[in-house]
Ligand binder design. Structure first.
Ligand SMILES: Cc1cc2nc3c(=O)[nH]c(=O)nc-3n(C[C@H](O)[C@H](O)[C@H](O)COP(=O)(O)OP(=O)(O)OC[C@H]3O[C@@H](n4cnc5c(N)ncnc54)[C@H](O)[C@@H]3O)c2cc1C
Length: 486
C-alpha cells in the first residue's frame, strides 16, 4: 500500500509522541483478538466459494505458458486469450488460485502505477503525466472489463480518503491538494465523513480508487480465463525453465510443459530466472478484520461513503469496509526477516496483531465493543523503486514482472499488458515508457540487505516521531533513488 507518499519538507523537531503512542487498555486488546481466526478473511470458506482446478499429470504443449495464478498471471492469461483467441494458453499455479497476495490484500484498487504520485514524480518527472493518465485508463478499463465479463468481485468505486493524524501531515495533504491530487477536507469535514477523533484533515480523491473483494476478483478472473479457453492447473509448482530448441521447457515435478513463450508472474516467490533473485525482498504486511458491524456500531462511525482510507505516516494503516460491513484494518508494521525467505511461520505475529488492534481502538474509541474475527499476513514483493519492474529473457520468449511493493491490485492488469507487449516484440506506448525500460538496482546480499533494511525501518519510525523529518540515511537514499517500503 501507499507508504511515504508525501516526502516532507525539512521541519524543526516536534514532540516524540504520535497519536498511536497513546496507551490502550491491554484487556480490551486481548478480548478483541481472543476469538480471531488465523487466515485471510477473504479466503475463508464461510464467506467465499472457491473454485478448484486439476493437477498437471501429463505433458502439455502450448503457445503461451503463464507461471503464477495471482492477478498478474490471470490478467495475462485473460488478455492473451482476448488478443489472440486461437492461442493454446496454459496457466500453472504452485498452490491454489489466488491463495497468496491476491487473496490476502486490502482490496484497494488504486490507479497509481508508481506506488503513489510522489514516488512517480521523483523518479520519472518527464513521464509522470502519461503514467498518471495510463493508471487512470487502466483503472477505468478494469472497471469496464469486470462489468462486461460479469465478474462478481464486489467492485465499488468509492474513492480514496487520505487522513492526517499529525499536524505536519496536514501540510502534506495541502501540498497534494495544491498539486491537484484531491480535495482537502478540514478536521470538521473529514470527521463528518468518518468519525475519528484522530483526524486533523483529509484528502479525498473520488476517481483514483475502487475497493474490491480481493479473493473473489482472483476466482472470477480464473473463471473468465477458463471461459476464454485457458487451461488452469493447480498444485503445479514450476521448478525449472530451460530453452529447448526454438521452444521452452518448464518442469513441474516430473511432468514437462513445452511452450513457445512464457510469462513469469510469480511475485515474491523465487524467480525461475536467477538474474531476478536479488531484485526483490519479501516484506510481511499484517491485517485484521472485524466481525460485521451492527447498524448501531456503523452509526457511531458514519463512513456512509465507504471510502478506502489510509493515514499518512511512513508507517501507515489502511482500512476499508467489506460488503458485509466488516472493517478490514491493516498495515503499520512492515517486517523483513533475515535471509529473504517467504515462510508461513512469519505470518502469525501476536505482537503485531496486538499493535494493530490497539491502533484500531485509538482511531475508533467508540467501537470498543467490536471484536476481530480474522487475522492474517502476506508477503509483499518489495524492490528498491517501490513499483513493478519488467524484463524479457531467452531471446524475448520469456517476459516477467516483479516488485509491486504493496500496490499491485490495479497495477497487475497494466503489468500483464506490458508482459504481452514484450512478448509480441513490437514497441507500444507502454513498452516505450522509461519506467518499463529501466531496471531497479538490486538489494545487496545478506547480511547487508538485512542491516540496510532494519536501519531504514528504524529511520522511518524516527521520521514519524519527528514531524516527518528524514534523517541522513533517508535523505541519502532519497537522493540515490533507493529505499525500502511496503
Ligand atoms: C497483506 C497485503 C495487503 C495488500 N494490500 C494491497 C492493496 O490494498 N492494494 C494493492 O494494490 N495491493 C495490495 N497488496 C499487494 C497486492 O496484493 C499484490 O501486489 C498483488 O496481489 C500481486 O499479484 P501477483 O499475481 O503478482 O502475485 P500473487 O498473488 O502473489 O501470485 C503469485 C502466484 O505465483 C505462484 N507461484 C510462484 N512461484 C511459482 C512457481 N514456481 N510455479 C507455479 N506457481 C508459482 C504463487 O503460488 C502465487 O499464487 C497487498 C499485499 C499484501 C500481502
Amino acid at each position: 500500500m501507499f507508504p511515504g507518499r508525501h516526502r516532507p519538507p525539512a521541519r524543526s523537531l516536534r514532540g516524540v509522541e504520535t497519536v498511536f503512542d497513546a496507551s490502550v487498555d491491554p484487556d480490551l486488546v486481548e478480548r478483541s483478538l481472543a476469538a480471531s481466526r488465523f487466515g485471510s478473511m477473504w479466503l475463508d470458506g464461510n464467506n467465499t466459494t472457491r473454485p478448484e482446478y486439476p493437477r498437471l499429470t501429463e505433458p502439455v504443449t502450448c503457445d503461451l505458458l503463464i507461471v503464477g495464478g495471482g492477478y498478474t498471471g490471470l490478467w495475462t492469461a485473460l488478455h492473451a486469450a482476448r488478443r489472440n483467441p486461437g492461442q493454446r494458453i496454459v496457466l500453472i499455479e504452485a498452490n491454489r488460485i489466488g491463495w497468496a497476495a491476491s487473496g490476502r490484500n486490502g482490496g484497494f484498487v488504486d490507479a497509481s502505477l508508481t506506488h503513489g504520485a510522489e514516488n512517480g514524480k521523483a523518479r520519472w518527472p518527464k513521464e509522470i503525466e502519461i503514467l498518471t493518465a495510463m493508471g487512470l485508463q487502466n483503472l477505468d478499463g478494469m472497471q469496464a472489463e469486470i462489468a462486461e465479463l460479469g465478474l462478481d468481485a464486489e467492485w465499488q468505486r468509492t474513492g480514496m480518503l487520505a487522513v492526517a493524524t499529525e499536524p505536519h501531515q496536514v501540510d502534506w495533504l495541502q501540498d497534494a491538494a495544491d498539486a491537484g491530487e484531491g480535495q482537502l477536507l478540514d478536521a470538521e469535514a473529514v470527521r463528518g465523513e468518518v468519525h475519528s477523533p484522530t483526524y486533523l484533515a483529509g484528502l479525498y480523491s473520488p476517481d483514483t480508487c475502487a475497493i474490491v473483494h480481493p479473493a473473489k476478483l482472483a476466482f472470477e478472473l480464473a473463471r473468465a480465463c477458463t471461459n476464454a479457453g485457458v487451461r488452469i492447473f493447480e498444485h503445479a509448482n514450476a521448478t525449472r525453465l530451460v530453452s529447448d530448441g526454438t521452444a521452452l521447457r518448464v518442469s513441474v515435478g516430473h511432468v514437462h510443459v513445452r511452450t513457445r513463450q512464457a510469462v513469469l508472474a510469480t511475485n515474491v516467490y523465487p524467480s525461475l530466472l536467477r538474474r531476478n533473485r536479488l531484485h526483490t525482498v519479501p516484506v510481511y504486511d499484517y491485517v485484521l478484520a472485524t466481525e460485521p458491524l451492527t447498524d448501531a456500531q456503523l452509526d457511531r462511525i458514519g463512513w456512509r461513503g465507504r471510502q478506502g482510507i489510509g493515514d499518512s505516516a511512513n508507517q501507515f494503516h489502511y482500512y476499508r469496509l467489506s460488503m458485509d460491513n466488516r472493517i478490514v484494518w491493516g498495515g503499520y508494521d512492515a517486517v523483513y526477516h533475515f535471509g529473504r525467505k517467504v515462510d508461513p511461520d512469519y505470518e502469525d505475529r501476536p505482537s503485531t496483531y496486538r499493535r494493530l488492534a490497539a491502533h484500531f481502538f485509538i482511531t475508533f474509541p467508540q467501537l470498543d465493543d467490536v471484536k476481530f474475527s480474522h487475522r492474517w499476513a502476506g508477503a509483499i514483493d518489495t524492490n528498491t523503486r517501490f513499483c513493478a519492474h519488467w524484463g524479457a529473457a531467452r531471446n524475448g520468449r520469456v517476459a516477467y514482472v516483479n516488485g509491486f511493493t504493496g500496490l499491485g491490485v490495479a497495477a497487475a492488469r497494466f503489468a500483464a499488458d506490458v508482459c504481452l507487449d514484450l512478448l509480441a516484440g513490437v514497441p507500444t506506448p507502454r513498452t516505450e515508457l522509461q519506467m518499463v525500460r529501466e531496471r531497479p538496482l538490486p538489494f545487496p546480499p545478506e547480511p547487508l540487505a538485512s542491516i540496510g533494511i532494519q536501519a531504514t525501518r528504524w529511520s522511518l519510525d524516527r521520521a514519524d516521531h519527528s514531524a516527518g523529518r528524514r534523517n541522513v540515511l533517508l535523505r541519502t537514499l532519497d537522493a540515490l533513488g533507493l529505499g525500502f517500503d511496503s
